[in-house]
Design a protein. Structure first.
Length: 151
């Protein structure tokens, strides 16, 4: 069952391929699980994040292409359990924003992750994004950061 797996947002998933701050802790957590769960749209976010690292000069082209190839291989090999986005997830997201205060800050992609995780029965989600972690309880979940340093 997917809820037995840790649910990673993109800030954690990308650390499987980039040596961003805290990547060691994220990789250790991932190594302890048979697979990782995330929202379907994270696939696009990971590819874009890898390209951004290449564009910004943090990765040389060969390293970027190897990381991209590894991600594609990991996806095909079942490392990730991609959770589908459905109408009920969109409705959950809309309800969040309907009730959100004027000071609430949550990007659409992060809201999709949270609504997706909640809709699929997760009680915990992993991230290093402070806005994501702050919003997790509003979706009925506990946000966990094993890195200990928020972005």
């Amino acid at each position: 069952m997917a809820t037995d797996l840790p649910f990673f947002d993109t800030s954690y998933l990308v650390r499987l391929y980039l040596e961003d701050a805290g990547f060691e802790q994220v990789r250790q957590l991932a190594a302890e699980a048979p697979a990782l769960a995330s929202s379907w749209h994270a696939q696009s976010e990971i590819v874009a994040a890898l390209h951004r690292a290449f564009r910004e000069g943090r990765l040389q082209q060969g390293v970027y292409l190897n990381a991209l190839e590894q991600f594609i291989t990991d996806s095909k090999d079942g490392l990730f359990h991609w959770l589908p986005l459905t109408d009920s997830i969109q409705q959950r997201l809309e309800q969040f924003f309907w009730k959100a205060s004027g000071t609430a800050y949550l990007r659409a992609a992060d809201a999709l992750h949270l609504a997706c995780a909640a809709e699929h029965g997760f009680t915990e989600v992993y991230s290093n994004d402070r806005h994501f972690l702050t919003a997790a309880p509003l979706f009925g979940m506990r946000g966990i950061n094993v890195i200990g340093k928020e972005e």
